[in-house]
Design a protein around this ligand. Structure first.
Ligand SMILES: NC(=O)c1ccc[n+]([C@@H]2O[C@H](COP(=O)([O-])OP(=O)(O)OC[C@H]3O[C@@H](n4cnc5c(N)ncnc54)[C@H](O)[C@@H]3O)[C@@H](O)[C@H]2O)c1
Length: 318
């Protein structure tokens, strides 16, 4: 696998963000020439600082909705990992037009420039939110999608466009439906995910906000597993025109996650139950057998080990 990336020009959109910057790290380790295209709206220079002086690394500050910028970024590129997006469900409820524009139209612009530039392969980040309120668990890729938030609809549009580009233009595209990713560099702020908020509040002994009764479940996936899945999917031709779940394949309640974090941070925080949030789904669990079968994806990091690593990173970056 090292051989495939060594001296290849690879573009990571959203590469200054949480997941994208971990993909960048892995690609740099594999000897790739890595370009990042990021408008820095939620990404951070700190995430990619370690590569700043490396001649194999280039950071292009720009918007994926600008065809000219994208055209220059994809020039000479063989593989693209598309992570750039507006990421939060609540943000999408407040800003549906912006989220549709960046996540859906931005992806179409990128796909179009990729096919014009003869990019060999593009792996597009999709989301478990495309399943929406379908009651059946685990989620299987062949199930009907029924997204219930503007974010979910925008990600479904992005992945369907990617698959259509494979069929119509022969651009080799793969969409990966990430299930609740967590790990170092996940951002805090008002739209942060539960784990980032619990860790931050755990350190300061503030209450853990839990929407609903906390019995809702998620399939939390450590970021290193998501990175490996991207790398494997990019290097397999079986994945062309296909969609895959990327998860650990285990269900855990929010209450249990809160309890583990409270314990690991040695916190005296209380759990504060708040009304359920609009657009949030009740339960989430992935069937990951398609990725296992097609390209040997195997999640390596269990939730407790992943939380320990995330908490260690949070302590270091305090
Ligand atoms: N974190 C999760 O649990 C999760 C779950 C499902 C899917 N995803 C998907 O994974 C991808 C990465 O998410 P993340 O958690 O790392 O979020 P993130 O916000 O850390 O990363 C997104 C990056 O995209 C950049 N960006 C946003 N709009 C842009 C634009 N118009 N042009 C260029 N760059 C732009 C941001 O600056 C940021 O660096 C996204 O596509 C997201 O939808 C994430």
């Amino acid at each position: 696998m090292v051989g495939i990336f060594e001296n290849s020009e690879v573009l990571v959109t959203g590469g200054a963000g949480f997941i994208g910057s971990h993909i960048v790290d892995r690609l740099m380790e594999l000897g790739a020439w890595v370009k990042v295209l990021d408008d820095m709206s939620s990404g951070s220079l700190m995430n990619v600082n370690r590569w700043g002086e490396n001649q194999n690394f280039e950071l292009i500050k720009g918007d994926i909705r600008n065809p000219e910028i994208v055209r220059n970024a994809v020039k000479g590129t063989s593989i693209v990992f598309h992570q750039a997006a507006k990421v939060s469900v609540p943000f999408s409820i407040e800003n549906p037009i912006l989220v549709a524009d960046v996540n859906a139209m931005g992806t179409v612009i990128l796909l179009d420039e990729c096919r014009r530039a003869d990019v060999e392969k593009i792996v597009v980040a999709s989301s478990s939110s495309v399943y929406g309120e379908t009651p059946i668990l685990p989620k299987v890729e062949s199930m009907t999608t029924n997204p219930i938030s503007p974010y979910g609809v925008s990600k479904l549009t992005a992945e369907r466009m990617a698959i259509a580009f494979t069929k119509i233009y022969n651009l080799k595209a793969t969409a990966l439906r990430y299930f609740n990713v967590f790990g170092p560099r996940q951002r805090g702020g008002s739209y942060a995910g539960a784990i980032s908020i619990f860790i931050k509040n755990g350190f300061s002994n503030q209450p853990f906000p839990i929407f609903g009764d906390g019995t809702q479940t998620r399939d939390f996936t450590f970021v290193d597993d998501v990175v490996e899945c991207n790398i494997l999917a990019a290097t397999s031709d079986r994945t062309n025109g296909e969609v895959y779940n990327v998860a650990r394949g285990e269900q855990i309640t929010i209450n249990r996650v809160a309890a583990i974090i409270k314990n690991l941070t040695g916190s005296s925080s209380k759990f504060q139950h708040l009304p359920k949030r609009e657009g949030d789904i009740e339960h989430s669990l992935a069937d990951i057998s398609k990725a296992q079968r097609d390209f040997g994806y195997e999640p390596m990091v269990d939730i407790e080990s992943g939380l320990k690593k995330t908490i260690e990173w949070s302590l270091d970056s305090l």
